[in-house]
Ligand binder design. Structure first.
Ligand code: ZN
Length: 257
């Protein structure tokens, strides 16, 4: 009996260790956020509906910030909790949702460098009564439908919010992020920049002696809450802030919206 419980303990420990750092809630949210693509998680392997198996964990252990940002495994992309609502701590190098696993997003939304994203684009009307600007967005996984829902809600806001909402800085753009070799979320057509003229961006700020950036933002929280309600995260919650940037990342917000 004691031997059996010892082996049960060893087995449990192995499973727990190989399962990496993801909590049950994070796993459930990941699967629920990509229902057409993901089937299940076995140990530390993500199993897609087409049978593809991807490791959640690259075995590299905990990464320093630059490695976390430049070469995250799937688990790393979920490791920093995104704070919904008004909470916005902006601690040094805390950028919830800024790390993206390129293989994962290329597989869901297409790789724009192979012209795979262009065929997934649909045109939505941004702020139908305020502006009526046409924007291209990825139809896969409900991303364009989510942006349309955001647009409908933002369209109801009083006119004093208009200057934060347009002209939009754009959506789809097959490009790497300025100063990096990483594909931008705009390359997958799942990101929108609002309010070109009202934005604050960490690259335009000077870091302090300790390498931190003093936070700046003009975007009202009423706008942020509407995006979050429909599965978008906000670049204004990153220490390396980009306040006009919103991207569709339902896995970070959960399906309880
Ligand atoms: Zn952007």
């Amino acid at each position: 009996m004691r031997i059996i419980s010892f082996f049960a303990f060893v087995l449990f420990t192995l499973v727990a260790t190989s399962a990496g750092e993801l909590s049950q809630i994070q796993r459930t949210r990941l699967l629920a956020a990509y229902p057409d693509h993901l089937q299940r998680i076995e140990g530390s392997v993500l199993i897609w509906r087409d049978g593809t198996r991807m490791p959640l964990d690259d075995g590299g252990g905990e990464k320093v910030f630059e490695d976390w940002l430049n070469a995250p495994d799937i688990e790393d992309t979920l490791s920093v909790t995104y704070p919904r609502g008004d909470a916005s701590p902006h601690a040094k190098d805390i950028d919830p949702g800024r790390a993206r696993n390129e293989a994962f997003f290329n597989k869901v939304y297409g790789d724009c460098r192979n012209r795979e994203v262009a065929k997934n684009l649909v045109s939505i009307v941004w702020l139908p009564s305020k502006k009526g600007q046409r924007l291209a967005f990825n139809k896969i996984n409900g991303a364009a439908a989510a942006l349309e829902a955001v647009s409908r809600d933002l369209d109801q806001l009083p006119a004093r919010f208009d200057r934060y909402l347009f002209p939009s800085g754009g959506t789809y753009n097959c490009r790497v992020i300025a100063g990096t070799s990483r594909l931008s979320a705009h390359s997958h057509a799942i990101a929108i920049d609002i309010a070109l003229r009202r934005t604050d961006y960490w690259r335009q700020a000077k870091p302090g002696k300790d390498g931190t950036y003093a936070y700046k933002n003009k975007i009202p929280m009423e706008i942020v809450r509407i995006f979050e309600k429909h599965g978008f995260i906000w670049g204004g919650k990153w220490h390396h802030y980009d306040t006009m940037h919103f991207e569709y990342r339902p896995e970070l917000l959960g399906n309880d919206r």
